[in-house]
Design a protein around this ligand. Structure first.
Ligand code: SAM
Length: 218
């Protein structure tokens, strides 16, 4: 009788041990899968380690409607265009077919390789579209008369300051989904998540000058 109790206890313990081992294997496998997926997401979607955390904007492609809205607000314009964070290159390709000389600034190597291969595949010459691995916050944008950006709400105030310091008077900036917090927009197109806003730098500077002169001579 005592023997059989011992045998039963031994069996129970070994079953528990197996279950515990099984759980550990499962936990380890789940951890490995999760880390792998996060690694892949970070590789494809995050801008890289050199960009400060506060200014990090992950990859999210413009929708078809959003792209069309951007192009509507660029109608009648010509010249150089910069896409700040060009992702897979879709805004650059749309602007390029409308006749702009485009530069896509992108810091994520995977997205950069993808957009370069797309440009090559479509037979677009470098004079029409180039993709450069460059942090746009550290780039002088003074030669661009057209700028497009689809970024994040937290960086828009910093971007206002940078663009106001650098862009020429005849420049137009078109932003997607998140408007500038202080600038008056010249026009807008679309609604909801696809809404885009255009800002003429000359009007923004005029408004700024009027506001500051009102402050000094009330
Ligand atoms: C929301 S996505 C927009 C992609 C594309 N412009 C579009 O509309 O489909 C923002 C992109 O900006 C890139 N990015 C973020 N910070 C950057 C920086 N400082 N310099 C260059 N690219 C940056 C990200 O890697 C990401 O691809």
């Amino acid at each position: 009788m005592e023997d059989s109790i011992e045998v039963m206890l031994q069996e129970r313990n070994s079953k528990l041990l197996y279950r515990y081992r099984d759980n550990r294997v499962l936990t380890f496998a789940a951890g490995a899968i999760f880390s792998g997926l996060y690694g892949l997401w970070a590789m494809f979607c995050l801008p890289g380690l050199k960009v400060p955390f506060r200014l990090k904007v992950p990859f999210l492609p413009s929708s078809k409607d959003q792209t069309e809205n951007v192009m509507k607000l660029l109608e009648g314009r010509r010249g150089r265009l910069a896409d700040l964070g060009s992702g897979d290159g879709r805004l650059v390709f749309a602007a390029c077919s409308a006749g702009f000389q485009c530069t896509g600034f992108e810091i994520n190597s995977m997205l950069l390789a993808y957009s370069r291969s797309q440009a090559w595949w479509r037979g677009i010459p470098h004079t029409h579209a180039t993709f450069v691995k460059q942090d746009f916050w550290k780039t002088d944008l003074s030669k661009y008369t057209n700028v497009v950006a689809f970024l994040a709400p937290g960086v828009m105030a910093d971007l206002e300051e940078k663009l106001l310091n650098e862009l020429p008077d005849d420049a137009r900036v078109v932003v997607c989904r998140f408007p500038f917090p202080h600038w008056p927009h010249s026009c807008t197109s679309g609604s909801g998540l696809d809404q885009v806003w255009a800002y003429n730098i000359s009007s923004v500077r005029e408004t700024r000058d009027t506001t500051s002169s009102l402050k000094t001579h009330p």
